[in-house]
Design a protein around this ligand. Sequence first.
Ligand code: EPZ
Length: 431
Amino acid sequence: MMDKYVIRGGNPLNGEIVISGAKNAAVAIVAATILCDEPCVLENVPEISDISICLKILREMGAKINVLSKNVISFDTTAIKHPTVPYELARSMRASSYFLGTLLGRFHEAYVPMPGGCDLGDRPIDQHLKAFRCLGAEDDMHAGTVHVKCDNLYGGNIYFDFITVGATINAIFAAVKAKGLTVIENAAKEPHIVDLANFLNSMGADIRGAGTDVIKVRGVDYLKGITYAIIPDQIEAGTYMVMAAATRGDVMIKNVIPKHLESISAKLRKIGAKVEEFDESVRVYVEPNTKFVKTSVRTMPHPGFPTDMQPQLSTLLTLAEGTSIVTDDIFENRFRYVAELRRMGADILVDGKVAIIQGVGHLAGAPVKATDLRAGAAMVIAGLAADGETIIDDIHHIERGYENIDAKVRALGGDMVRRYYPDSNVQAITG
Ligand code: EPZ
């Protein structure tokens, strides 16, 4: 990737912004179209590279996909004949694991490359496989590809050893057309699990309890075609909320579900920003002379504070007075951005799953890189709040999950452009 983001910090962000469809709901729902027995249409699909990869995977498998208008896409997966996901495409994305559940549900067999995605540490799929086994499937791994197979899927009881979003979704996929009742206990409660269940139920599935820790799925034979709008992105909204606070601006963030943002709003208020909630929008602003104050955060599964917002909030905490303690034990590698923030003057010490952030009041622009998707969002926030110029490398990570981030920031008065750097390839080879 030779493009980088170039940011001149210091402008408070002001104005209105419209949040896109939720990435983590969209990648699951797009994979779920494999279970649909008729063509269907999805609205509010975010234009991000993770979705482009999902569409390429489906097309290569034989699905007919048409972009009807911006963010509206039709899917006809009925022509897919083989339950095999193309290796190179799927390897780059965590959500490719969802094809295991959907192909197993439809073909009773799936070949899916071991999923990739953000390098947040070891990301095993043992709980996904456990769920499939509970419904009667067997699995093995050969040459980097996971193979699951069964003669028939039968409803069963699944108890997850710990809360996992991906395995909860895959369990739902396998159970939707299984014979009989599946009970999923210790299920994840994230908003996108509820959205996925709503999508499947609108097509005729029988899923109850999504959003609680016990989900019951009664298998059905047929799922009909529908048109469905994906929920707004909780994490994109949260990222712009922090951006508004960090630049001491005043932003109305529209097309959100304020309930999904409560844990983020609570932390922002504690730090000193003002958050006002409306029916489908939130306003975040900072009153003049406000001094940001330290706060401690521990990431938790929903409705706790999301791990996907940890790097962004930690960046804001570098601008606060005092010492904040941030604990993130959902993934092992979620503090890799700290080395980059230090280049900008942050004072952060990481010990395993804990970051000790000594507020420094302000940051200074520097060349940095996006070490993963949310780490990249944190660099954008840091760059906008910092004095001087910040150049962010490896922005493909950011573009996996944020639709038009540079244009959205510019519309709010931020100075951020995507610039082509012809020399960056040479650096990559020699550096
Ligand atoms: C989803 O990942 C999200 N991805 C992540 O968002 C998010 O950070 C994460 O949930 C937690 O909220 C998508 O929805 C596509 P998990 P997922 O299964 O499903 C361990 C972003 O930035 N685990 O809830 O992979 C796992 O290693 C991305 O948008 C097992 O050990 O997360 C982790 O420590 C990054 N075995 C923990 O559980 C398993 O079989 C939670 O993972 C499954 C998970």
